[in-house]
Write a new protein. Structure first.
Length: 441
């Protein structure tokens, strides 16, 4: 039994995305890490053993659809809430009904769409009923649950992360819509893979956008019961989005390389141009933001450590507000990174250390920097000779911390760029002091 609110059957007047909403896991697209054969969420749904959980992911990736699939497959009473229309009074009334149902041996699953829109008091109203098992709560949110859901409630839920659908998933959904009776009955449609891929790229991982855009293209090109998705139709519907940019193809990697190398070469104008090329073609802003975060430490590093903070802040801004508003935050990060002093010293340090780590994998940790939590370890000399830096003048000691075979090896070699020049001077002073005091030992 479940309460039909959000999940009623859609008629022919409903948008294509609603008409084509899957009702079984076999029709569900994407999220193989959760609903693939043998995966935990699929097993829970098939066994009707769902526990309280949160679905977290961007719009149009299947959060509400998963709730509908659970509603269609469970023997439990199923109730839905909307943050827009449900107040404390309505919540408590349904919770009391759920408790009565539990006492009679039944179970109630409550689906809360856009749970991040519920205020603290509303969220608190669910907590005691989740705690004592009166309800199984399923929430859906596009926002980070750590920030938007009360910690007490969140601790009682399993968080499942859903990701943006890839181009192949979206094209498969479009093809199904063209042949399924729920899609375009009694209409002949001509659409090749190039056209469907262009729509998928435009949708940027959002199934709802992809299907509703496909419907717009079909209706815009209809003539005497036939529709041809020509390039002209696509250009009109997709506005000025590029039809040539393939996020999984060579051009994708060419342009992200162009952005990276423009920033490395301190060419802010070129960097902003390549950034715009990707965003206007439908690239995922979070993908670009992740690359900028990497760049901040790989190519700037200690020359200006502010770059990493700005890059991470830009990523968070993209996650928080999305497109198109986050374009200015990405531009902020790109321009800062392009104009910042450059150093690859951190990248080179790790590369060299990683090589030594692989070749000396069996080297023991020096006794003086081992912990000795047991009497036996203490008797074996663990921690013997350890020098607690804070007990010494200048908070520094000449104690060796590398394995014996690597003593004297230098991995991080600061450049003379930006702030790193001062870091270099400081590091050299430390090394000189340690060398002088080791000679006195």
């Amino acid at each position: 039994m479940y309460q039909e609110t959000l999940f009623e059957q859609y008629g022919t007047d409903a948008p294509l995305a609603d008409r084509m909403r899957p009702v079984t896991l076999d029709d569900y697209a994407g999220q193989e890490h959760l609903v693939g054969e043998g995966r935990i969420l699929r097993t829970m749904i098939e066994r009707d053993e769902v526990q309280s959980m949160i679905f977290w992911g961007p719009p149009g990736v299947g959060k509400t659809t998963l709730a509908r699939i659970i509603a269609n497959s469970t023997d439990s009473r199923f109730v839905t809430f909307s943050a827009v229309t449900s107040g404390i009074k309505e919540i408590k009334a349904v919770m009391n009904e759920a408790e009565q149902h539990r006492q009679l041996g039944g179970r109630t699953i409550v689906f809360i769409d856009e749970i991040h829109r519920f205020n603290k008091a509303q969220q608190d109203a669910f907590l005691p009923y989740v705690e004592k098992g009166s309800i199984v709560m399923i929430g859906a949110t596009t926002e980070n649950p750590s920030f938007e859901i009360n910690s007490a409630l969140l601790s009682r839920c399993k968080v499942f992360v859903l990701y943006a659908l890839d181009t192949n998933d979206l094209v498969a959904l479009e093809k199904r819509a063209l042949t399924d009776p729920r899609g375009f009955p009694d209409r002949q449609i001509e659409a090749d893979d190039k056209a469907l891929t262009a729509i998928a790229v435009y949708a940027n991982g959002d199934a709802r956008v992809a299907l509703n855009t496909l419907e717009m293209c079909v209706l815009s090109s209809e003539k005497d019961g036939q529709s041809v998705l020509s390039e002209d139709v696509l250009k009109q519907v997709l506005s000025d989005k590029s039809l040539l940019y393939d996020k999984n193809g060579e051009e994708h990697y060419n342009i992200i390389s162009a952005l990276h190398k423009s920033m490395r070469n301190s060419d802010a104008d070129a960097a902003v141009y390549w950034l715009a090329r990707m965003l206007e073609a439908g690239e995922d802003p979070l993908y670009i933001a992740r690359r900028i975060v990497r760049f901040a430490s790989e190519d700037i590093g200690m020359a200006d450590s502010r770059a990493l903070g700005i890059a991470v802040d830009a990523y968070q801004a993209c996650h928080f507000i999305g497109m198109p508003e986050c374009t200015v935050h990405l531009t902020h990060a790109v321009v800062f990174c392009a104009l910042a002093p450059k150093s690859n010293s951190l990248y080179m340090a790790y590369t060299k250390a990683a090589k030594d780590a692989k070749n000396t994998i069996s080297e023991p940790v020096p006794l003086q920097i081992r912990n000795a939590p047991t009497k036996l370890m203490d008797e074996l000399g663990y921690g013997k000779g350890y020098q607690y830096a804070h007990d010494f003048e200048g908070h520094i000691t000449p104690m060796d911390c590398l394995p014996e075979s690597l003593i004297g090896t230098h991995y991080y070699e600061p450049s003379d760029q930006g702030v790193e020049k001062r870091v270099k001077e400081h590091k050299e002073a430390i090394e000189a002091w340690k060398k002088a005091h080791r000679n006195k030992q």
